[in-house]
Write a protein that binds this ligand. Structure first.
Ligand code: SF4
Length: 380
């Protein structure tokens, strides 16, 4: 099969998500007749056409949720590093793909597979002059020197933890080891960022790091997922944790399980942003006794209902951390409020609205110049 036909097959087999560039591969029935390109938002907010693919869909592992698991019956495709790099560069030069996300099934272990990916990246960067966005996957079991090599070449690196801890991973992907195969490469990424100058990297910036969890297949709780997420944000400075609601794949050991709701995935994202951007601690999140977030309420709203209903925050006196506790106020609108307060006192909801806040959501939890906003009761 020629290179473009193989690329069509591989991209059709990847799950195509327009919003971001890290998703668990899933079978996709559409776009079989073209090289599927995603729209992706980069860390800097720029949107690009991103080719998301595998170097090979052959895999020797048997992760229970994965369509590429060993022994599953479907047609597979493989590229050599040189062949892939040149095929991608042709697409790039033709304007069909502006960036690349590349992962791989595992062959001959994580170290060998990582070398294949690194060789591909080396060819792109140093032999054929590719200067666009590159998200390079770290393989389970990759070595420290390989992680460093990846960081010299990529704009983003990632390894999917898949589960929040060793016990859950055992049930999801028994062939993977949580601590030394999956978490350790992320620790090395942070260690290298802290100990070495970014000028070593291809564009003088260390790549960001991200991970992904499969949510809800093995009784994992939101508390477990967000505990690990908090560690990743606080200790390893991950850019983002992605949550992928479990979706059963035919001909896998988990095919009989029900899918996880999109609502749960959504609540996990909201809570993870509270941990990352809003100064919340894990203990402040509104977990139920079973360790999950309520599905019916936004976690920030749930926190505010308990903590702010009787003790509203005065918008004209609150510091940034307090402003961020108020539903409807995010990092940008908090900054805008602080800026506006330098020139005048804020007195009504329309001013908050003009500063980018969702005034309707904020109203039940605030004071404006000493008074509860006039229409508060209608918002409860
Ligand atoms: S290592 Fe596991 S998750 Fe990755 S491609 Fe192979 S079976 Fe799928």
């Amino acid at each position: 099969m020629d290179a473009i036909s193989r690329l069509k097959m591989l991209t059709a087999q990847m799950h195509l998500e327009p919003a971001e560039d890290v998703q668990c591969p899933q079978i996709s029935a559409h776009k079989q007749d073209e090289v599927a390109i995603s729209q992706a938002a980069l860390p800097n907010g720029q949107h690009i056409k991103l080719l998301k693919t595998l170097l090979t869909s052959v895999c020797e592992r048997d992760c229970f949720y994965c369509p590429f698991r060993a022994g599953r019956d479907f047609r597979r495709a493989t590229f050599t590093p040189d062949e892939f790099a040149r095929t991608f560069m042709a697409l790039h030069k033709a304007g069909a793909a502006e960036g690349l996300f590349i992962s791989s099934g595992l062959i001959n272990g994580g170290t060998y597979t990582q070398d294949q990916l690194l060789d591909t990246a080396e060819i792109l960067r140093h032999k054929i002059g590719y200067r666009g966005y590159l998200h390079l996957k770290l393989m389970p079991g990759s070595q420290q020197a390989q992680v460093e090599r990846a960081m010299l070449l990529a704009d983003r690196v990632s390894i999917n933890l898949e589960a929040p801890n060793t016990q859950r991973l055992q049930r999801l992907a028994p062939g993977k080891r949580f601590l030394d195969e999956l978490l350790q490469p992320l620790r090395w990424v942070e260690e290298i960022r802290r100990s070495q100058p970014p000028q070593k990297a291809w564009n003088a910036r260390w790549p960001s790091s991200v991970t992904q969890f499969v949510v809800g297949a093995v009784e994992d709780t939101d508390l477990e997922l967000l505990s690990t997420t908090a560690y990743l944000y606080n200790q390893l400075h991950l850019k983002r944790a992605y949550f992928s609601a479990f979706n059963p794949i035919p001909d896998t050991p988990l095919e009989e399980l029900p899918p996880t709701s999109a609502a749960r995935e959504h609540r996990l994202y909201q809570a993870s942003f509270l941990l990352r951007d809003y100064g919340f601690d894990l203990e402040e999140l509104p977990f139920t006794s079973l360790g999950n977030l309520p599905l019916e309420t936004d976690p920030k709203q749930a926190w505010a209902q308990v903590n702010l209903t009787e003790q509203p925050i005065e918008i004209n006196r609150a510091d940034r951390r307090e402003l961020l506790r108020i539903p409807g106020i995010g990092p940008k609108s908090a900054n805008a409020i602080l800026g506006a307060r330098r020139t005048h006192r804020l007195k009504d909801l329309s001013e908050l609205r003009h500063l980018g806040a969702n005034a309707r959501r904020a109203a039940p939890y605030i004071l404006l110049n000493g008074f509860r906003p006039a229409h508060q009761m209608s918002f409860l």
